[in-house]
Write a protein that binds this ligand. Structure first.
Ligand code: AQP
Length: 332
């Protein structure tokens, strides 16, 4: 038991990596934990978002949660900006975290690129807001993809420093849950870079809402090497594309990578890709269809987000009050 918090940014192009690394695990965990699943719109604006598109993308992530099987009565689904505790606690954490810690964050370096002076301050302090998201609920576990490992470590450092500085045991030291056979889904065009929403090539990723033909075409065209598939898992070393595609197959079919390697030992990529495309369509098509249905009449999604925001705010309020008291903020 424990409490789970996790989130997805409404930045468009929800893809297979977001599904296998995060959303699918959210569904699996909801009966064993008290779960809070957020659409992190405040994180999204750390890079420019068109306001109308942000609203659509926010509903779309919520629709993906629902379509994937998160039950809004059991779990809490809401968008971050509707609960002010996130912003308030983030400010306090801005004063706990050290510049040196944030300077080491590889995601900031990647996203800011060469023109660091031009990056928003929000992008730099993004991990502090993420720590606030988690600790506003004293969440004990956070299911994420492998790319979020470093940010989770920073959340732990913030909890430890806060507890130490204020001589309290207020915050838990949160554990990441990095689950499944595809914790880091790679680009279909380059097995050494992460499948990402912001990759300019749509062929680099499988979007959750892609239709069957598009999924099949993208997988058929996915980069491979010229060799047949290996006979053992060791044979996947130095073959990033084979490693990635077989990992995706394993995750989608709930098998281990070992199972998949032995099922396709020595096969040609073309035969394997056909099976992978069929499997991906089988798993994603029902989710995409349900997302389309929900997006056609978004009143239900908006009602879920409103109800979730009320329930989330009620959980965060006493924790924020406790934190303000610990810090020494005078309250009525
Ligand atoms: N390629 C991936 N493989 C496995 N998990 C992934 N996640 C993201 N990409 C992969 C996980 O999805 C959750 C939500 O991610 P996010 O929306 O917060 O943002 P992100 O990590 O910035 O996603 P992208 O696609 O990589 O966006 P850009 O292109 O903006 O950088 C997280 O749990 C994440 O680990």
């Amino acid at each position: 038991t424990g409490r789970i918090f996790s989130g997805v940014q409404p930045t468009g192009n929800l893809h297979l990596g977001n599904y296998l690394g995060a959303i699918r695990n959210f569904v699996a965990l909801q009966h064993d934990y008290e779960c809070i699943y957020c659409v992190v719109d405040m994180h999204a604006i750390t890079v420019w978002q068109d306001p109308a598109e942000l609203k659509t993308a926010t509903r779309e992530v919520a629709a993906a949660y629902l379509a994937a099987g998160i039950e809004p009565k059991t779990s809490i689904i809401f968008n971050q900006s509707q609960v002010s505790a996130h912003a308030e606690l983030a400010w306090i954490f801005n004063c706990v975290a050290r510049m040196g810690w944030l300077n080491r964050m590889t995601q900031f370096k990647e996203k800011a690129g060469k023109h660091r002076e031009n990056a928003s301050v929000g992008l730099f302090v993004y991990p502090n807001l993420m720590a606030a998201d988690i600790l506003a609920y004293k969440a004990t576990h956070v299911p994420v993809g492998d790319d979020q490992r470093q940010h989770l470590e920073l959340c732990r450092d913030i909890a430890i420093k806060f507890n130490f500085d204020y001589k309290t045991e207020c915050f838990p030291v949160t554990e990441p849950l990095i689950m499944g056979a595809a914790t880091r889904v790679m680009s279909l065009r380059d097995g050494t870079s992460k499948m990402s929403k912001s990759d300019p090539s749509d062929n680099s990723r499988i979007n959750i809402t892609d239709d069957a033909d598009t999924i099949a075409k993208k997988i058929r065209r996915a980069k491979t090497d010229p060799h047949p598939l290996p006979e053992s898992v060791e044979g996947l070393a130095e073959r990033p594309e084979a490693h990635n595609l077989m990992g995706i197959y394993a995750a989608l079919s709930d098998q281990t990578r070992e199972d998949v390697v032995s099922a396709f030992a020595g096969a040609q990529f073309s035969a394997f890709k056909q099976q992978l495309a069929d499997l991906a369509v089988e798993k994603l098509a029902p989710i995409a269809a349900e997302m389309r249905r929900l997006m056609d009449a978004p009143d239900h999604v908006d009602a879920v987000l409103a109800d979730g925001a009320d329930r989330a705010a009620a959980l965060a309020a006493p924790i924020l009050a406790e934190v303000k008291d610990i810090v020494g903020f005078l309250r009525r």
